[in-house]
Design a protein around this ligand. Sequence first.
Ligand code: GLC
Length: 567
Amino acid sequence: MVLCAEPPPKLKIPIPSEITEMTEDANHDSPKLEKRTRIHHIERHRSCVVTLSDMELNDSDPRRLLQTLEVSKSPGGGSQCSLHEETPTDTNSSHRHAITDAAWEALKRSIVYFRGQPIGTVAAIDKSQGAALNYDQVFMRDFIPSALAFLMKGEHLIVKNFLVETARLQSREKMVDLFKLGQGVMPASFKVHHRNPTQKTESLLADFGETAIGRVAPVDSGLWWILLLRAYTRLTGDNSLAESPNCQRAMHLILRLCLSEGCDTSPALLCADGCSMIDRRMGIYGYPIEIQALFFMAMRCALSMLKQDSDADFVSHITKRIKALSYHLHSYYWLDFQRLNDIYRYKTEEYSQTALNKFNVIPESIPDWIFDFMPGRGGYFIGNVSPARMDFRWFCLGNFIAILSSLATGEQAEAILDLVEERWEELIGEMPLKICYPAMENQEWQIVTGCDPKNTRWSYHNGGSWPVLLWLLVAVSVKLGRPHLARRAMELMERRLAKDDFPEYYDGKAGRYVGKQARKFQTWSVAGYLVAKMLLDDPSHLRIIALEDDGHSRFRAPCLKRSNSCP
Ligand code: GLC
C-alpha cells in the first residue's frame, strides 16, 4: 500500500513528539497516522517559514509557541512574521529544525508498502504535475539517500525489506524484445501492482530498462545495492542479512556481470548512455566516471561481505580488478593543472609500449573552457576516457564517490575539494550542486543530446543543480575534516529547499531557478538533506558510507616524460 495518497500540505508544521512517534512505527498507515497525529496545518505566507518554524523547537507546547508569534503589518501593508527575543543563531537553528521536520514528514509520506511492509520510497509526490510518469515508482538509486536517512534514524526494517525484495526481483527473467538480459541486472525501479484490489493481492512490477526512456539497463542499480547492503550491515552490526544465500547470490550475480570477460582492453566498465543517474543521452557512454567509481566501491564493499567460503577465484578476480581499475583511473582520468599542460603538449599517432598519449587524444580536441576552469590548486577525475576522446567535464557524483571509496588518494581527495572551493561559483552557485560542469549548448547540445528538450543548457542533467548531491558533499567534507564547506553549502540550500517544496533540480548557471520540469517533493532531495544534516550532526555516521584507504590508491599516475615512440 502506498502511503502517499496526498501530496504533503505546504509548510505543515509537525510537532516534534509526533515526528518521533511516526518514525518509530514502521508499520503505520496513512489514515491512522492522520488521526493519531495532531499536526497543525498552518498555511502561511512563505516569508513566515523561518519564524513560524522557530516555534516548535524551543518549546514543545505548540500553543505557547504560537503565542510568541507576532504577525504585524508592514508599512507596505503586507504581513510580516517575527519572533520575540530571537537571536540570529536561534533563528538559524530553529529554521533548520523546521526544514528537518518538514523533510521527515515528506519522507514518511513517500514510503511504499508491500503486503503490509515498508519496502521503499517513491521518487516524487508532486500532484501539481499531470502525469506521474514513473515518478510514482521506487527507484533503486533514489532510495539510497532515503535508506541512509532511515538507517541513521534507527529505522532498519524498510532498508532490510528493500534489499531482500530487490534481490528477489533480480532473479526474474528479464527480456527486452527477444533479448534476455544478464542475470545480475537489478531493476532501475519497481512499483507495487494491485492485481486484485478486493482480495488485496499485491505483486511487484519491475523495470529493468525494458520500459525506461531509451531502453537502457541501469548499471548503477546493482552497484548501489551492494553499497547499501554494506551500510546496513555496518550500522546494524548484523551480518546475517549479508551472509544469507540470497544476498551472497545477488552480490555474485552483480559482480559477475561487471567482471565478465570480453574484448575490452580496459578494466573500466563499458556502458551505454543513460545507464545511471543521468538516464538520458548526455554523451556519457563509454566509461563514465560515475560508474567506475561506484564499481570500485562496490567491489571493495563486496570483498568485506563475501563469505569466507566464497569461490577463491572469484575473490581473487575482484582483487585484481580493483587494482587494475585503480591504476587505470589514476593514470588516465586524473586531471590537474600539470597534467592538463602535459596533455596540451601531447604528440599524436604514437605507437608501441612507450607511447605517452595512449588513447591518441588530439590536443586540439581539448575544449577551451577547461584552460580557464582549471585552478592552480585542485584537480579531479574527468568524465570519461576512450580512444581519441577525453570528456573533460566535471561530474560531481563520480568524484565524490571516488573520495568516499578511497579510490582517490588523500592528496587527490583534498585536491577535489580544493577545486570545489576554488570554483564555488561554478559548481555550487546559489543552490548546491551542479550535476556536471559545464553545460553543452548550441550545436554540441544538438549532437550530443540528440536535441533533448529537457536537457537544454544549465538544466536537468545538462549542468542543472541537484539538491540530492548535498549529502555527498557533506560526506566528503566530513571525511576530509573540512566541515565548513559542508556548512556553507547547507546554509545555501536551507534558504530555499523547503520554501521551494524540495524540487528535483534547479536551473541556470548559478542554480537560481527551480528547474523547468522539476518535480516538487522529490524524495531524494528531501532525504539527501536529512542525510547531510545527520552526517554533520554526528560524523560517526560516516563509517557506513565511507571506506578507509587500504593501499589501493598507491597506483598513482605515472610521471609523464617525452615519448620516444612518436613519429
Ligand atoms: C530522473 C533522474 C534519475 C532518477 C529519476 C527518478 O530520471 O535522471 O536519476 O532516478 O528521475 O527520480
